[in-house]
Each structure stands twice: as C-alpha cells, then as structure tokens.
Design a binder for this molecule. Structure first.
Ligand SMILES: [Zn+2]
Length: 689
C-alpha cells in the first residue's frame, strides 16, 4: 500500500527524560492502518459489556423472532417462509411476505449474529442460525443458475435483476445478493462453516457472468452495499486460497473485484432517463417497466438512470457532494473507500475525502445522524440541519461504516471522532434499554417520540446488529511499529510487531461517564514502538473538523506515562508516544468531561440562536418526563452546569443539571423514550446570549 501520506512520529516529545526524541527510528506511519480482527479483542467494559450481552442474547433473538412474525398473533408473517416457497418450486406463484429487500435484511441479521458468535460462542444461537441457512441454501438449490431473490422469483419471476419490465430500484435484487455475500463471508469467518459461503459464492459467480462491460449486462446496484461485500469475498479467497478447495464451485476471485470496479465506475453511465428530478415516481417507473431504455437509440449496453436518489445521475468519481438516499449514499461511499484501500487510486481517495468532508462538514447532525429530508430519506443541502429532521438510524450507521473505512485508509483521528459520535449518540439511540424496541427516525427535537416493537420496513435492527458486533474490532489498530488506540473501551488485545515481539495491551476506563483512561503495555521484550492515542476533537475544542459545531470547552487534557505528566504533540488526531516500552508501562489519559455548550456554524439557519449540551462524546437531551416545562427552558453560556452520576437511572448514566433559568435535567440523547410514551424532547434549546 504505497502512495500514502507520510507521517513521522519521531521528535514530537520533548518532556520527561524517559521520552526519546530520536527521529531516525522506526515509527513512520504510511497513512493506512489495519484494524484488529474481532476475535483478537476481549471487551470487559462496564459500559459496553452489559450492552453487548443484551444485544447478542436478547436483541439478536428478538430480531429473528420478529422476522418469524412471533410478535403477531394472526396471519402468516414469517419472512423465512419466502425461502421455503422457492425451495418448494413455487416460483411465479406470488405469496411473498414483506418488502422485496427482506432477504437482504435476513442476511444482514446473519452477518451481525456471525460477528457476535465470533466473540461470544453461543451454540443455541448458532444452531438457530444454521437452520435458517439451510432454508436459504434449499431455496437457492431450486434454481439451476443459483439465482436467489425470493420477492422477484415469487412475485415477478420474469423480472430478475429488474429486467424485462422489472424495476430494480423496487426489487433490490443486487442489494440482496450483496448482503448474502457479506453474510456468507462473516459466517464463515466466525464459525468455519462454508454452507452460506457456498450459496454466496454461487450467486456472486452468477452475477459476475451476467453483469459487466458488454457483452455482459449493464446492471449496477440501485441500493449500495454489494460493493464492499464483493471486495470482502475477493479478499477472503485471495488471502486464503486453500479455502477454495472447500467450496464445490469454480472460483476466480479477481472476477468479484472486477465486478465491483464496474459497479463503482459505471454509475452515472446510463441512457439519461428517467429524469427523476422532473418526472414523478409513477411516470419514471412506467418508463422503466416499459423497457424504453432498450430502444436501440440508447445503444446496446444501456440501462435506466437511478438518479441522484441512488447516486447515479453523474459518475461517482465526479460527484462533489454527498447526495440522495442517505443509507445508499453512505454505503456506496463505504464501498468506494474499501476499494481505495485496495487499489490506492488517487481519484478514488480524493472522492472519498470530498464526499466525507461534505457530509461531516456541512450535512451531519450533532448526533452523527444524516439524511435530513423525509421525502426519499435523503441528504439535504449544505447547512440544512433542522432540529426535527428525519435521520434514519441506518443512515447514521452507514456514515459510521464510511468513517471507519476512512480511518483505515488515512490513519487520521478525525474519522474515528465521527465513528465515536455515531456510537454514543445515534447507535445507542437505535434500541431501547430492554433490547427489543427500536427507532427508525431520530429527530433531535420532537413533540411526540416513541420507539416501536417492529416496523413494516425493519431495516434498522439488522444494521444495528451489524455495527455493534463489529465495533470491538475498531478499538485498536496497527501498522508496522505503530499502535493506535482509537476508542476508549475497557479491553485486552495482543498485537504483533514486525520484529516478532508481541505486545499485550490492557485498557481500563469508565468512559463515557469519566474521562480517565488507563493503558497498560506488556511487550514480550523491551521494544521501541510508537503508541498513538486518539485525542478526540471535542476534547481539543475541535467539535467538528469544518467548524460545523463549536463548543466552549477550555479544560485541559493530561497525559501521563508511568504516573509522570508529559507534554505531547497531537498528530493527525492522535497523541504520539515513541519510546522504548517495557513490561508494566502505563499510560493515563484524562479527558475533560465537564458539560460543554455547543452552537452550530452561523450558516446553519435552522439552529441560529440555539445551543445544545454535551459531556465527553455524549450529546444530551431534555425530555419532558424530567422537565414538564420543557417549552420554557433556555440555555445560556453563563449556566451553572453540573454533571451528576445517576447509577440507578436508565441503566446508569450521568445527567446534567442546570438553571435554564428554571432547574432542568438533561439525559444522554440515546436514553430518550425509555420511561414513558409520547414524550417531548429537545437537544437544541433557545440560547439567551
Ligand atoms: Zn433503517
């Protein structure tokens, strides 16, 4: 991986005699960093561990139960029956349950479960998942080509991949296939079982035969996600060639990579119609279903445009701003970034940075939410950040996946800052304290907010499982002689340095309720390497890299090595410590958790004269159950703000008490709507000065 930004971590420390300032040695970080396999990290954290246990035991099974329709007393609401109908040869006979993308949601759930199984063996959950995989494999077995999309085959069987009068944007064939591929890869990595991977490989092979430059068909995913998935499949077989012997299929992994490149670079290359921005939905769909794009005047390799909604109006590498359906947009950007990690294309890298910069600097909400506009669930224009905006859970999660890949590509802390913003705000908001109720929309201020037991479009719970199960793998990363601490979660890992030295790391913290983070390092032998600890932007007065949010925090950060305070330099968002590390060395970081007042950039018209509160990475919210006079509350920069621990409230939280001017209590935004129904809440309050 060449062609990366070069950084030097030598010569940055000047204090404490134990620090070296020799820049001639070792710690060059070439931009990229590698995250640790989730199996390699053990989380033992007072904040996260109880949640992981709840989500893998209760939430994962709750999602499967609800896909089975167990929460309903009448009727057939069993999503898995769709697979059985196909296996029974019912193709073309109708009877599909749910939306066309339910196959994909089932696969996403399996991917999330797989990552949990990789960390927490659970024979009961694994057996339950294996039984679902059997039904999926039986469905695929009914088709000679290995095609598998239950909605299309049951209800529109002549319209595979949206052809012959089909409508891919509705059918989600390629999206579903991508989710299957990702599930197959993750389930193999977690369990060593190849049944789902075989199904996934067969469908991927079929797509590679069918789609691509002429004479293959011009088909791109109208909902992104498959791009990253097929790169994972490519890397799996490339890195483990012996695995191919276990799969009873021909495997040319390069074909998966080539298909991804076709999908990425062929966006914006279409016949120019329908004109989604001018035509209504009905006219556009009819134009496609009438096969009008097959007219020879459009050439022999033509397809419809999926519009800005699906990031398809213009070529991806020419897109200047992040547009359209926010889940699609963030997953496409994630796929592009994953491809850039592999091919190092400067054009790809520039595009990822441009799209990320626009998203985070101009269009991201203070909780990490994105997708301001309800219609089309899409990004709004720059600085359009209304406090009652839509903000689908999946979109924030997509943004976090994008940011995590950007961190991997660049080794810059600002990207992990935005992952953290989503984790402590949007992600945790997505599920109730019980682990069985969810959110879809996440407005920052609301007159009537409730969680739901299940949803007609239950896309958010599977995305929630996917990200929560992946996140232990993002705590640490490594590249050559550099070790990064990205997230503050009590955990243990052992990392391999290039000189065969192993370094055991242990982190202890009660973050986000306290800013004290302690690390203990135990290298097998005394060794010189570079430790890079993320110093969050919010702690340094950089609430947002582009000034979209501004805080009044002025309190200091302290860093100690073996209990002695040291001066340090922050490079690319990480404090650098390069020295000879010995067994039992400790690093203590103290971040300022005092409640801070946040305002938005003056260009954000919707938030002028308003402010919000935060402590550490957590954004706070005033809920009517604590604040009956919610409409009278006002913030001031002079407010006396107190952070108080409430171990028995909402699973254990810190609250902020302040005079607004009447006494008021704010709770973490993520914990809203857990105590009673139909509450009002406000993140943003009027500011009196
Ligand atoms: Zn969703």
């Amino acid at each position: 991986m060449k062609n990366k930004i070069q950084t030097l971590c030598g010569a940055v420390f000047v204090a404490a005699s134990l620090l070296l300032s020799d820049s001639s040695v070792s710690c060059r970080a070439e931009g990229q960093m590698e995250f640790i396999n989730i199996q390699g990290v053990t989380v033992e954290d007072p904040f996260w561990s109880p949640k992981f246990n709840l989500w893998r035991q209760t939430t994962a099974n709750d999602i499967l139960d609800k896909f089975e329709g167990k929460h309903l007393s009448e009727g057939n609401h069993n999503t898995f029956n769709n697979f059985d109908l196909i296996a029974q040869g019912q193709k073309g006979k109708g009877g599909h349950f749910g939306a066309p993308w339910f196959d994909g949601l089932v696969y996403e759930t399996i991917r999330g479960i797989a990552d949990y199984l990789a960390q927490y063996p659970d024979p009961v959950l694994e057996t339950r998942t294996d039984a679902i995989i059997e039904r999926i494999a039986a469905a695929q077995g009914a088709d000679p080509n290995g095609y598998l999309n239950t909605y299309t085959d049951l209800n529109e069987s002549n319209h595979r991949w949206g052809e012959n009068g089909g409508f891919l944007r509705w059918q989600h064939d390629v999206y579903n296939a991508g989710a299957l591929v990702e599930a197959g890869v993750h389930y193999y990595q977690a369990t060593g079982k190849t049944a789902l991977l075989t199904v996934a490989t067969r469908l991927a092979n079929y797509m590679c035969e069918l789609m691509g430059p002429a004479p293959r068909k011009n088909i791109v995913p109208s909902h992104s996600g498959p791009e990253e998935a097929l790169i994972k499949l490519y890397l799996l077989y490339r890195n483990q060639p012996q695995l191919k012997k276990q799969i009873p299929l021909p495997i040319n992994e390069k074909a998966y990579w080539e298909l991804v490149i076709f999908w990425l670079e062929n966006r914006g290359h279409h016949c120019g119609f329908p004109i989604w921005e001018e035509w209504d939905q009905g006219k556009s769909e009819k134009w496609i279903r009438d096969n009008t794009y097959a007219d020879p005047k459009f050439g022999n390799h033509s397809r419809p445009s999926w519009g800005d909604y699906a990031q398809d109006r213009i070529p991806l590498l020419e897109q200047q701003t992040i547009e359209g359906h926010a889940v699609r947009a963030t997953l496409l950007a994630t796929g592009l970034t994953t491809a850039a990690l592999e091919n190092n294309s400067p054009e790809y890298i520039q595009t990822t940075k441009r799209l990320w910069g626009n998203m985070v600097g101009k269009r991201m909400f203070i909780t990490g939410g994105v997708g301001a506009i309800h219609h089309d669930e899409k990004f709004g224009p720059d600085y359009f950040l209304p406090s009652d905006a839509y903000l689908e859970t999946c979109a924030a999660i997509g943004a976090a996946f994008f940011s995590q890949r950007m961190a991997e590509l660049t080794a810059e802390g600002q990207y992990m800052d935005e992952v953290e913003r989503v984790l402590y705000n949007s992600l945790l908001t997505a599920v109730s304290l019980s682990g069985t109720n969810y959110t879809y929309q996440n407005p920052l201020n609301s007159e009537n907010h409730n969680r739901w037991e299940w949803h007609g479009c239950p896309c958010c719970p599977p995305m929630f499982l996917k990200i929560t199960s992946a996140l232990p793998g993002w705590i640490y990363s490594i590249h050559e002689r550099n070790i990064w601490i990205n997230l503050f979660i009590s955990s243990r890992t052992t990392l391999d340095l290039p000189d065969k030295n192993k370094v055991a790391l242990q982190m202890q913290t009660t973050y986000p309720w306290d800013g004290n983070i302690q690390l203990e390092l135990n290298p097998e032998k005394k060794s010189r390497f570079c430790l890079r600890i993320r110093i969050p932007g919010w702690a340094r007065g950089i609430e947002n890299p582009d000034g979209l949010y501004i805080s009044d925090l002025t309190d200091p950060i302290t860093l100690k090595i073996n209990d002695k305070p040291v001066k340090y330099q922050v490079e690319q968002g990480y404090a650098l410590i390069e020295r000879h590390w010995d067994k039992g060395d400790t690093v203590t970081l103290e971040l300022p958790m005092q409640p801070r007042l946040i305002k938005a950039h003056p260009e954000v018209e919707n938030l002028r004269g308003q402010a919000a509160l935060a402590s550490g990475p957590v954004i706070y919210c005033f809920e009517s159950i604590d604040n009956p006079k919610l409409s009278e509350l006002k913030l001031s920069s002079e407010n006396n703000r107190q952070l108080l621990s409430q171990p028995n409230l909402l699973g254990g939280i810190n609250v902020i008490r302040c005079q607004t001017p009447i006494p008021a209590t704010a709770i973490p935004y993520y914990s809203i709507s857990n105590r009673s129904k139909n509450n009002k809440h406000k993140v943003w309050l009027p500011l009196t000065d």
